[in-house]
Write a protein that binds this ligand. Sequence first.
Ligand code: S3P
Length: 428
Amino acid sequence: MDVTVEGKRRLRGEIFAPPDKSISHRSVMLGAVAEGITRVERFLTADDCLRTVDCFKKMGVDILFEAPDKVIINGRGLRGLKKPDGPLYAGNSGTTIRLLSGILAGQGFEATITGDESILKRPMGRVVEPLTMMGAVIEGAGGGRYAPLTIRGGRLKGIRYELPVASAQVKSAILLAGLYAEGETTVIEKHKTRDHTEIMLAHFGGRISTSDGEVRLTPVDKLSAERVTVPGDISSAAFFMAAAAVTEGSELLIRDVGINPTRTGIIDVLREMGCNIKIYDERIWNGEKVADVLVKGEGLRGITIKGEIIPRLIDEIPVIAVAAAFAEGETIIRDAAELRVKESDRIKAIAVNLRRFGTEVTELEDGMIIRGGGFLKPAEFESFGDHRIAMAMAVAALAIPGPSRIKNAECVKISFPGFFETLEEVLC
Ligand code: S3P
């Protein structure tokens, strides 16, 4: 599906941010291994999260949709999952395959997990290594570095592990395996990554604490079912924040946005670039901070983004790069080599697309330099099958007079199925 976006329009009004993808995945995973009935409200019914649901159904968990975004999970307890009949399929979802590997490491059966073409190219050695140290036996393609992964769980022991890459997926896989281990499991992180697993484990009765860059988990006999209301996804809201930021005269209120401090780098960066963002009505939903966010489009300037903030905005870099193309001066992004191993090589995908409408971009191994301003013209953009690239380029299209085209834009359904419809609602 190719989509044409007509440029030079403003955004006005209000929207609800779609539910958070990371938290939706975790609600199903913890609900499945908890005891009792977990009710999830505002679940993200998008391809990635549905892959997680399917995997747990294949392991004998009753999961019922009362409504498209209301899920009831009949938890089977920590040791109640059943050996699946065939391979588990994660589709395009890194969160599904990596977090589930942690849970499978603790089971008394062997299971294989695989995914689509993109997943087969993404690094899995980063979860295989620590889970093997804990005692799991894992086989994977390329000597255990890639999916499909065949995981034989068993008796695990707790480890103390320093993350070699800033990754919440790796941290979470280790913590979930830690639920099944003998003794304490500690994960050390140099730069803090999203902590939704820690927050949700605590919500379900897990014993978990964080201090001085260390996350410590002590196994418990059981997790207890809970109600979960999923906050809006700041990574999805980010496309609307940036869209308002690059179209002067826009004013958009985004309701129910998750503002967990491990995820709010996008707000810090857009503010530093000169965008006017106000946060209203902060509240807590199942341990997660939520608020309404008002964004007003004003002129933007280029900045440097590197170091500690990178994990706090890693998924937002495609759309930040788009904002940078419309800013005055140069934007430098460093320390973001992880972008090369996301759903696509996002550094390359951004550079190819920004050049198409006339922006000067220098690709770096771990980031890029974007020279803002210049004469920008409508273009045809490639999604590279990557949902965040497709949405970022739709934002670019909005700020350029004339029609631009986003090719193979159906991939938005990975995280934000109603993206183009929601955009139309607030464009004027
Ligand atoms: C996620 C963690 C991040 C992020 C991904 C979701 C999660 O990946 O990019 O979209 O739900 O834990 P990494 O852990 O690979 O950085």
